[in-house]
Design a protein around this ligand. Sequence first.
Ligand code: MN
Length: 243
Amino acid sequence: MGSAPLIGITMGRDRNTGAATISPDYPFGVAESGGLPVLLAAPGIRVPEDRWLGIIDRLDGLLLSGGPDIDPAEFGEQPLCGLGAVSPERDRFELTLTREALCRRIPVLGICRGIQTLAVAAGGTLYQDINTQVAGVLKHRQEAPYWHVSHTVRLTAGSAVFAVHGREEVAVNSFHHQAVKGLPPGYEATAFSADGIIEAIECPSGGPVLGVQWHPERIWAHDPLHLAVFRWLVEAAGASREV
Ligand code: MN
């Protein structure tokens, strides 16, 4: 046993001021699970990769946080009317960092935008706006408090997300209007809401990788069941470092 696994957490970027932003619920969730969180701010779009990509050598795990939409150009589509705000600096930073992490089999946990970042980095596609692209969808952008669990998800037996929660059905919160559409090669959808929207993905043949469409960081202080994905990341990061 060495020191606590170092978990890089990607931050948002204020569209107007450029300020780096993050909810403290992410680093506190990592710390609560025994990890050492380090916050990663997206650099400006013109800062060369070799100035920042080296951080990946120091990380034992990567947590992709929530945030705005991913530019559909990143998965070969033109922007539809339902697309929301995008952050080119953040897209470039997170997609490059994620591809590097996947190559090196560094454990990755994606939360909300993070499942979408993971999917696009690995070669998948997204619905830009489920409300206009998918018929009969549930309300996935709840107006209830952030910790309230507004819809259920069904977890696939035998999957990592099922093992993490130890049950087939989990009630989750929901703050998204994008979702995974086309899975990346080798990936499986392992949680679905009742309307068929993909709520978790993983890569059984690859490294330890998990994306969830809900926001466990906003629930764990109210229900410890939702700390389990943070513990999964910290444990996988610790295990991969010892190999
Ligand atoms: Mn949802």
